[in-house]
Design a protein. Sequence first.
Lengths: 503, 400
Amino acid sequence: MSSLLRSAPPTDPQAEVLRRFVEAARRAQIVTIVNRAQTEEELGELVTAELCEAFDAEVAFVLAEADGQPYVVGSYGLSPYEVECLLDGEVADAAVKADAPFVGRTLRGVVGVARLYDQPLDEAEAALLGAVAASIGHALERLRLAGERDRLYRDAEERGNAARVIGSIADGVLLVDDVGIVRLWNPAAESITGLAPELVLGRRLQEAIPGWSTIAGSVVVLNDSASSGGHATVVPLDIDGRELWLSIQGVDFADGTVYAFRDLTAAHRLEQLKADFIATVSHELRTPLAAVHGAAKTLQREEIVPGGEVFNRLLVVIAEQSDRLTAIVNNILLASRVDSTDLEVASESVDVVALAADVLAAARAVVDDRLTLELITPPELTPVAGDREKVRQVMTNLVANAAKYSPAGGRIEVELTRGDGELQIVVRDEGLGISADEQSLIFEKFYRADANMTRGVSGSGLGLYISRELVIVMGGTISVQSELGKGSTFVVTLPIGAEAPPA
Amino acid sequence: MLSSAAMYPAGETDIRDRVAASAAAEGSHACAEAVEHAVTELEREPSLVLFFAAGDIDPATAAREAQAAAAGARVAGMTGTGAIGPDGPLKTGCSALALSSSFSAGIGAVEGPDPRAVARQATAEALAGIGDAAHAAVLLFVDSESGDQAEVVAGAYAVAGRRIPLAGGAAGGPTRTRFADGRALPSGVVAVAIGGSSPIGVGVAHSCVALGAPSIVTESEGPNVVRLDGRPAETVYLEKIGVDHDDLDDATFEKLAMVHPLAEPELSGGLRPRYVRARAAGGVLVCATSLEENAAVVVCRQTPDAVIHSARAAVEDAVSRLDSPAEAAVAFSCAARSVWFEGPAATGLARSELSALEAAFAESAPSLAGVYTRGEIGRSRGAKGDRNYSVVVAAFGAAN
């Protein structure tokens, strides 16, 4: 190959016009091919083949540069390695050789053709090659930008997919950057904690999540996502007075820490209920059993004469404690029934005045004259449509509860009122009262206001729970108003039919 | 009928060993007879026999018989629209050229869906058979219906490189068959590498004359030229030929197109003819190879003078690359150049073309065989070598 330009031979004007026409067409043709290429590889393949044809050359190549390193985009007639050899083994020298006639500069590299038999390009061919080189340079830039665009699209798509996954999973995900600012708070995190993203994102973790400082030291944080074997920590988190039990684990990565947490509050509550159940049942059963056991042992003694006073009193103890055991077991069974969803509600004519009178009469038999029980009803309260046994159970529980917490000499009122489509049952006592904190808890299963029996009140912790569940099943509501030391008032509102069916 | 031509006048055979001989035969066993006679005339152990069959033959039988008659030499060839024998063109029959062991030979025969890959593999196999010969050429026998011939050239060029010339063409005739060592290939590529101690020259010339000013391909889809100069391509094409297209049926159009190719003007001033195979709905011209949009094309016409002139030019081009008189030559001539089957005038043109070709060799009078093809391959410079309306001559110099 020669580095000298060959002068175009003298031609007649008509031939020169034709040549220029062909030159322009060739240039447009190559540019068409260049612009059609969708990848660098395709560009290299198509354009070098066309360059060989256009210049009647044995070799054509396109070089470009990436990250400061030249490389062969494509070649025809020689392999990329052979092209490097053609350029004396140094692709970088191609830039120097751009002054030679068989190469042309591009914006990002060099395009060249090589011909055997010492056939240098003439001036017109060199000009054409230069023009083609410029087009190739633009194309390389276009493809580079397109590649960059595609990469960004892919990144965005991957991020979008990741965001969709994070957004749809049930576990809360929390991402904190390397300076402790919350950068991601997925919908599950919001759902679990009740904290809206705008309250959390962009804030320091300790400020964004109340109670975080308390649990931070307990949360296990792994070093990287590849780590395994770490166990999530179960911690309580107090958010605005609401106690959440979370299973949480963190993973450190280059730009911060990601935490994943799961709401175990319900599971924790269930565990608590089980514990309460065992404690309550064991205590409530042990007391009457001990009494029965003691009475029976005493009856075995020789000095106890059958039919005698002691003998008869012990039998009464056994009978009463057996009744107590029966009541406890019945309550447990009833609590189990109300937990199931197949509890049916009857619709029958209920004389609620008579029903309340029966309940109070039964209660009087228990409390004797220790308490005053009074029924307050409006005149001519006609029977209503409802579920007699469930209403009876609710009244019985509320009256028994009032009696249990009322001191001797106290008064218990049961007041019935009928409103528009509803019956209101109010059970009012002058007992110990319930603190404001406990008022929201007393209807929970196994909850007992005096769990340690400091006030000498025993119970299964099921009465108010059963009452609430039965009221709910009947479509009504139950509430309590109370003040410590000033008694409590339970209000039950039940829907009733307009006309009571015949009794 | 049997004819033969020795490479040297009888008086000279005592001075130098004969290295090639050609022969031709007609009849039901033409291939075997032509091969056998060429081998006999060679009077030396042959290394390679090339044969070209024309007319209605049974390819498998021809392949088998030719191989059996070759005295253990490698055998390759193909069918053509006609064959070129020592005594002139053959409408039916077979021509053969035997090369002595002064030449080394390798053959690769590959079939497959990718013409570039097929040609690459076939050429590689062929070149492996000639070792590191001082000079070499590769003959390519291809199928016009198995993809773009430019792809075949690209595949062969990738292996052969820029110093080994390529020659050949696409098989014609009723069966369009290639032959390799007793096998008949209905498709694919047969590559024949020939090595020797003297240069092997390949010359190419076409027979087209431009009609009027060039046009621009303003819309194309691969080989389909949809619009020229912004108008339906067929309309522009026929206008330049000077034919009213309203009265033209498809058969007439195709006959007209056979002698009126499109050509791409080269920067050097030459033309690269592109065969127009047919027309399609919407004024589309269906060409034999792809024409890119924005390409300049010129409508051409073949003339008898151009055919004869190009035959001479191709020989001169080939011989110019030799450093000694040609001892053997293989010619691949486009069937459309002589419109071979179109009556006495065409036959006369074919004879004139062949006479011009032989005359161009002057006193060397090499052993000659050849074939009329459906697309030619000729590359000695540049990287491209798919041709139409051309005659390609591969000339083998005297062994040193």
